[in-house]
Design a protein around this ligand. Structure first.
Ligand SMILES: *Cc1c(COP(=O)(O)O)cnc(C)c1O
Length: 374
């Protein structure tokens, strides 16, 4: 084995390098946008929204302040009422549940299935006469089996709002994450697959009525003129950020391809290692097109493995400080989700980003193999 590859530093995510990669183009965009004085709700935002619609095959897209606001706005636009219960998978960022609370709803956590995402089979257990909606989280760049979730939603008359913060371009049966339910949301946080230079988010829908409500909610109750039609918030994606995102969207196909290539390399080198469980490979299941926002594995002796990799210059993380949402005492949940809890004792993330070289991936794999004595 090539475990004698010489030491290299591979941070989990390298924000500086991500900027330097596009430095010239970004500076050119700053100049252009700033010389036009085009900051709020300008043409660069409109163009980005139009391109997002084309890319996703959806009727309406709106840039908003961040992925968390996107969820709150999507839930309110889909007409969530105070006290309505919303089912969400506890294996997610706290933002999924926080947005439900800020939209006036009650977040109800459910367990994960074998794919580590919302378990459609656990949904029925959690449904009460107050349940109004389901929030599947399209985690780590993979889309849930939406047929199974849609079937439960149809049976109980619930609406779906997708948290696709991590899954721009991901598909299930050829349909893009974010386009299945009443509305879907994205985050353009810098470390997301499509990231801006700060906070940013998006909400998409095929429903004209929901679209008007999203539009009004993000901009003080206004539609496309000055008339104040209802109460709204201020959560608009900056025009400058939209311009940066629009530029990166042009090469997004190759971004997705590169991430899938890295996933395939991890699979090829680590796929036979009994001590780890890898995410499904890019060509394992024709129903799924993954964009690999993250590469989350399960590992035996996880904490020792992380220490060993750290000593070898390799940054890894345990997502969300090592706890599922329902496990934070300050949030007041009183529920036991056995599969999620076991998963959090074993999960960790390997580097997965656009500045990784093939040699970096090879180095990471060789160190993991060395740790397990291979
Ligand atoms: C990043 C993320 C969010 C929140 O997005 P922000 O833009 O940081 O507000 C919500 N849900 C999931 C699953 C995320 O990964």
């Amino acid at each position: 084995m090539s475990s004698d590859l010489s030491y290299r530093e591979i941070p989990f995510f390298n924000y500086r390098k991500a900027f330097v990669h596009y430095e010239e183009e970004f500076v050119e965009i700053f100049r252009d946008v700033l010389h036009r004085g085009a900051y709020i709700l300008q043409k660069d935002l409109e163009e980005f929204e139009a391109h997002l619609c084309d890319f996703l095959g959806v009727k309406h897209a709106f840039g908003v302040g961040n992925g968390t606001d996107a969820l709150t706005i999507a839930l309110l636009a889909a007409d969530l009422k105070p006290g309505d219960e919303v089912l969400f998978p506890s294996h997610t960022m706290v933002a999924s549940a926080g947005a439900i609370v800020y939209a006036g709803g009650v977040p109800v956590p459910v367990d994960i299935g074998p794919d580590h995402m919302m378990d459609a089979a656990d949904l029925e257990r959690a449904i009460t006469d107050k349940t109004r909606a389901i929030m599947p989280v399209q985690l780590n760049g993979r889309t849930c089996n939406m047929d199974a979730i849609q079937a439960v939603a149809d049976k109980h008359g619930l609406f779906i709002v997708e948290d696709a913060a991590q899954a721009l371009g991901s598909q299930f049966k050829g349909k893009c994450a974010g386009t299945f339910g009443a509305a879907g949301t994205f985050s353009f946080y810098p470390a997301k697959v499509l990231g801006c230079l700060g906070d940013g988010g998006g909400v998409v829908t095929n429903d004209d009525r929901v679209a008007d409500r999203i539009c009004m909610l993000r901009d003080h109750g206004r539609l496309h003129d000055a008339e104040i039609r209802t109460w709204g918030m201020n959560s608009r994606l900056d025009n400058l950020q939209a311009a940066l995102l629009d530029f990166q969207l042009r090469t997004y196909e190759s971004t997705m391809q590169r991430r899938r290539e890295i996933a395939a390399m991890y699979e090829e080198r680590l796929g036979d290692l009994p001590e780890v469980v890898l995410p499904p490979g890019p060509s394992d299941d024709p129903n799924h097109y993954d964009v690999y926002q993250n590469y989350e594995i399960e590992a035996e002796r996880r904490d020792d493995l992380r220490e060993f990799l750290k000593a070898n210059g390799i940054g890894t993380i345990i997502q969300w400080s090592g706890k599922a949402v329902h496990q934070w005492p300050g949030l007041g949940f009183d529920v036991h989700l056995p599969k999620t809890e076991v998963f959090f004792t074993r999960c960790m993330m390997l580097p997965m980003n656009m500045v990784l070289s093939n040699e970096d991936v090879e180095y990471i794999c060789s160190k993991i193999l060395a740790f397990y004595g291979k």
